[in-house]
Write a protein that binds this ligand. Structure first.
Ligand code: ADP
Ligand code: MG
Length: 245
């Protein structure tokens, strides 16, 4: 079942003395419970796609058919936690802003914090947590609003390489357990291949779709997937698409 169908999406940014064509004829579907990764060079228009999907930017042309009342959750590259709020208060902030803070959301929050190893830090402040823990808090804060589709914009790029592997593994497990439909943007091909069901490869700006891959092999966790022979095959194909090799 498709939650969203994107047809011939285009975006032109207008600045005072120029126009920047960011997206050109982008078409793809977002299928329920699937994990889509969008890969492409820096500045090609990846974030623009996510921003248009959740209404932070207007499209210039094309069509986006969404299921009625579809809710998007957005997680940014930086965890954007508020340093002066405790972990619990950071997690509940979105619920507060949306005026849906009640016993159910508080219990949901407590359960997520417990499930993902953060409950004992609920009264701590963000600067007392590691980068990976902060990223998990940011994810919980987004999950509390029960989004139907999670949009992740380069969610691990602020982390060092080893943490990045571990956190991508943790986040992936959380998303699978919570049955979330996900669209993740990344410039890291190997990250995309280790996590996604479908990969959309974009060209340099203006972003056009170069290829769409169904990542179809006996998948396990993102870290274990990296050890499989198919992993390298997909990476090589995509690096070829991006003219890296
Ligand atoms: P990516 O996420 O792939 O790095 P973006 O979607 O952020 O790329 O940006 C694509 C292009 O559009 C870039 O050249 C960027 O400078 C330009 N751009 C993004 N946002 C704006 C904006 N608000 N106004 C003008 N140009 C923009
Ligand atoms: Mg971006």
């Amino acid at each position: 079942m498709n939650l969203v169908e994107i047809k011939n999406l285009g975006k032109i940014y207008h600045t005072i003395n120029s126009e920047i064509i960011a997206l050109k004829d982008i078409s793809f579907d977002i299928e329920k419970n699937k994990f889509i990764a969008i890969v492409g060079p820096s500045g090609c228009g990846k974030s623009t796609i996510l921003k248009i999907l959740c209404g932070l930017e207007d499209k210039s042309y094309g069509k986006i058919n969404k299921e009625k009342n579809l809710k998007f959750g957005f997680m940014f590259q930086q965890d954007t936690l508020f340093e002066w709020l405790t972990i619990m208060d950071n997690c509940l902030l979105g619920a507060k802003i949306n005026k849906c803070l009640n016993n159910d959301t508080i219990n949901h929050c407590i359960n997520l914090l417990k499930a993902y190893g953060l409950y004992e830090f609920k009264d701590n402040y963000p600067n007392e947590l590691s980068g990976g823990m902060r990223q998990r808090v940011a994810l919980i804060r987004t999950l509390i609003l029960n989004p139907d589709v999670l949009l992740l914009d380069e969610p691990f790029s602020a982390l060092d390489y080893q943490n990045r592997l571990k956190i991508s593994n943790d986040v992936y497990e959380i998303l699978k357990k919570e049955n979330k439909t996900t669209v993740m943007v990344t410039h890291d091909v190997s990250e995309a291949v280790s996590m996604a069901d479908t990969i959309i490869v974009l060209s340099n700006r203006p972003a056009e779709i170069v290829n769409i891959y169904k990542i179809d092999y006996d998948k396990e966790s993102p870290i274990k997937n990296r050890l499989k022979k198919e992993f390298n095959e997909y990476c090589n194909k995509i690096w070829g698409d991006l003219n890296v090799i």
